[in-house]
Design a protein around this ligand. Sequence first.
Ligand SMILES: Nc1ncnc2c1ncn2[C@@H]1O[C@H](COP(=O)(O)OP(=O)(O)OP(=O)(O)O)[C@@H](O)[C@H]1O
Ligand SMILES: [Mg+2]
Length: 258
Amino acid sequence: MNEPILVTRNLGKSFGGIVALDEVDLSIETGKITAIIGPNGAGKTTLFNLITGVYPVSTGEIHFQGKLLGRIPAHKRAHFCIARTFQHIHLFGNMTVLENVMTGQHPRSSYGFLEAALRLLPKARREEEAISLKAMRYLNMVGLGMHASQNALSLPLGQQKLLAIARALATEPQLLLLDEPGAGLNRLEKRELSDLIHRIRELGISVILVEHDMPLVMGLAEWVIVLDSGQKIAEGTAAQVQKDQRVISAYLGEEEVE
Ligand SMILES: Nc1ncnc2c1ncn2[C@@H]1O[C@H](COP(=O)(O)OP(=O)(O)OP(=O)(O)O)[C@@H](O)[C@H]1O
Ligand SMILES: [Mg+2]
């Protein structure tokens, strides 16, 4: 078996008195699609925020490809080949679809994006053309090539979510974190999303998927980890965790509350 791409040990995060994650040990397999599921408030997004360095950990450790992530700040983690999309889409509304993807590549270019955009130097211009060509490839991969010159926010929600994935892919990640990519999508859009995630996996990229849509999880995830109230309560194949009594109780508890 390959070395896991990501390992957490005793990982914890508190916000004041709220324990969002509590001594979580995870091992995420390289090259696989792993789903993290759990009721609202289980700590799923918090886990992504710790992996990407948005928040410092309160306790424990995160190892990426055997290296301790420690206190490396979020803006430097792109170099660690970890990319994400957000539960609530963050696109640049004053940019085109193509420009949004171009910003994804910026961490790897030697010129500042502004400098490149101003086209001050021939080298910057050549580099920008290369970035633009590459961005176009990612747009085509998610099926948005024909919308390249449109304003990003003019796209319907389903396509904005695909655009967010294209931008994350443009950073050339080895690990891609997707936070509820299926939320708000119709059935056809979910099928397209599912196809895309399969194709991303075929590129050799490891995917961690946080998702509430169980059919989507069942069709995609090779391994499922269940969080509830900040703790890992189960893991296994999708079929295994669906039968797990603790998992069933966690979700039933949520229904009673709502
Ligand atoms: N920045 C923050 N400040 C204070 N509390 C927070 C913060 N972020 C998360 N929390 C709390 O941590 C807990 C876990 O939240 P988190 O967003 O990780 O859950 P989730 O599993 O992603 O839920 P959902 O399915 O609703 O997206 C919740 O109680 C939440 O209110
Ligand atoms: Mg969340």
